[in-house]
Design a protein around this ligand. Sequence first.
Ligand code: ZN
Ligand code: ZN
Length: 885
Amino acid sequence: MSDAGYDHATVERRWQEAWDEADVYRTPDDVEDPTYVLGMYPYPSGKLHMGHVRNYTITDAYARYRRMRGDDVLHPMGWDAFGLPAENAAKERDTNPRDWTFDCIETMTEQMESMGFGYDWEREIATCTPEYYQWNQWLFERFHEEGLVERRDAEVNWCPHCETVLADEQVEGEAELCWRCDTPVEQRELEQWFLKITEYADELLEAIDDLEGWPNSVRQMQRNWIGRQYGTELDFEIGEYGPVEAFTTRVDTIHGATFFALAPDHPISEELAEENGDVRHFIEEEADPDGDEPNGVETGLTATNPVTGEEIPVYVADFVLSDVGTGALMAVPAHDERDHAFAEKKGIEIRPVIAPEPDDWDGKTVPDAPDVSEEAYTDDGVLIDSGEYSSLESETARERLTEEIESAEEATQYQLRDWGISRQRYWGTPIPVIHCDNCGPVTVPEEDLPVELPEFINTTGNPLDAAEEWKQTTCPDCGGEAVRETDTMDTFVDSSWYFLRYVSPGLEDAPFDLEQANDWMPVDQYVGGIEHAVMHLLYSRFFTKVLADHEGLAHREPFTNLLAQGMVQLEGEKMSKSKGNVVSPQRIVEEYGADTARLFMMQAAQPERDFDWSEEGVQSTYAFLDRLKGMVEQYVTNEPDGDDDAVASYVDAEIDATIAIASDEYDDLTFNKALRETQDLTRTLRQYANHTEPNAEIYERGLSAVVRLLSPVAPHIAEELYDELGSEGFVAEAEWPTADVDRDYVSKRRRLVANTREDIRDIVEVAGIEDPQAIDVVVAPDWKYDALEIAIESDADNLIGELMGEPHIREQGDAAADYGQDLQAEREALSMTLGPDDEHAALESAAWLIEREFDAPVRVVRADEADDDVLTNAEPGRPAIEIDD
Ligand SMILES: [Zn+2]
Ligand SMILES: [Zn+2]
């Protein structure tokens, strides 16, 4: 338990106050292009959870690292403060969303401070303040002026009992019941506001290629979400309805079209529903676009295939979506899986017209049809049974058919839809529009912004709609009586530009200071959850591009590097309140301190990976910090006076190696690797002090390096120890240690030492040696190093022959032949080692570690001082071992 360890509460409070007093994390407006490190701002639920702690420890550690490297750093924090949960909480507690939200913000601010996160709190923003949301309104109007806002009908959830529109979150369960009264929710068409993100679909898609600092998974999710497809639009005639436009990416399969399908809300479907009871029943009762199986109803109509003149049956089918393509499609069961499933269900013909291209195909003969009875053949191939187009390849056929079918033209389709931002809720940004009977919807004049929220009204419906006094106003155009728009904006609008507000948070005449934003943006390192891979990150990219086009922003992408952090789990499961498996960060901070929580989390796994919370892991992390504190105190009270000997030089080299490797890992945000190095060095220092009286200079250099390498992740204890070591100022502002090290050399040296210790362990165990008296470690003769190098570089079939071509190897006789055969056998796996002199030196300096482990004197012997029979076993990277027992 922590009682036995250091007083983390006092240490952490002391340094939090000291940082605060010295404004350590303040970023003045006049710094040039700071490194901008940002965590996705939280929704103020009132409780910091482990996911937050991980997210913000990552940004904090990286921000601290960059600051120590000499950068100016911008590391702000704010609140995604609008949203339905506050409305619900206010209703439950009979308060209002504003008071509830600010209470939560206060609590979470304290929790963040207790974690030691180094934010510039002067830049704090909360999106629910009029000072912030007036700029949502201003941006809405700017988008409107630029033709990027549109009002159109869209479906909303409607409770017939409460007579109100419901947000998606207010519709409960599979049965889709009203959250207040359990009445089944209906769909209604209402006019809604849309931001025309589809205008930017191509750029949003194509610029993904250049987002090299983003995880590939997120880039691919955005590509799929945008979903651009090239294809053909063409008309099928449907009797009295005339030509109906369909979109297909596979016009090459048109000879295999055996039915035609319409979306349930296609105008023809809706017209049919009025006279045809089956169609009406299907549309109203059965159609389920989210269902596992495609479903549909025959209409009795036929459509004319524009190429063959064939009449094919027309269905209304729920797998056709009205907002994708044209809401109508030609169905080819042999070459599309969904069409195939539908055809099997309805007993429609499945007619193959594409065959896989045979390997030895001559380009002319028509290949055999594939078997499509069980499943569709969906790849491109060669056309068969397609009249004059037979034996063409798919791509050529698509080009020719698009050219030759009279109604056909090339078309591009997207999955991406315009962004509906209207929400029928209270706790959001009022959409700055006034509805006038004479003038229609009119935007509120800029000088009248912000349109502030009225007092909260506790009602079953939309509180703004119930705010009668607030709603009544006059039309800015004609001065007549008019009413305000009562919908508020999707809170994703707030988060689409908040990173720009931090640049100049108090600015009163613009959302952001353009010059400052041009200098400080983009965000250099953004960190947040993978659940935001699409919407938030795509909307932010969209806003940035619009601001670049119309407000002079000099950047078209908001986030240069993105890290999507993994989950903190408990026994392999996501922590959740409902499962009751939540570990509270507050408890961990109380029991072990923030440094322990932060350090445990960062060393447990790479930031992108999920990992399991472990109480034992937390305890051993705490014990590590406690031991380190003891080492520093021991050193300070009793300064050692040891020699700068071989042991000291080993430690010295390890200090440099650790600094170099840990720094590289910090650059890559692989904190777990940096921390493993740092902990290994701490262990080496402790062994050093236990083994002999350390050299003061080298030992202190080691302790100081450990403290600084730990400080981004465990900042409080690092300040404490930095202070105890007599350093000036804050470690938070100290210089990052540097070392010039050949990492390749280091890893060869470390591998040599590790392999040697391993070999000794094996021999001791296999030979049953209980008490070794002396250990000789014999370095291989020079010629073996030469032979190894030749073997690695040679591409000759006859390696032995090549080796024997070297006189100084040949003269080793049988030994050379034996070693040559070993090399030949392992040829693929060979790797370079250090040279014989370097290996000797490395083993000499590490000999003390072997002596400690086996409690016996160790001699490192050169080949020319050893017996021939011993030398047989000595190889580069693998010295021979002799043990006296
Ligand atoms: Zn209801
Ligand atoms: Zn008017």
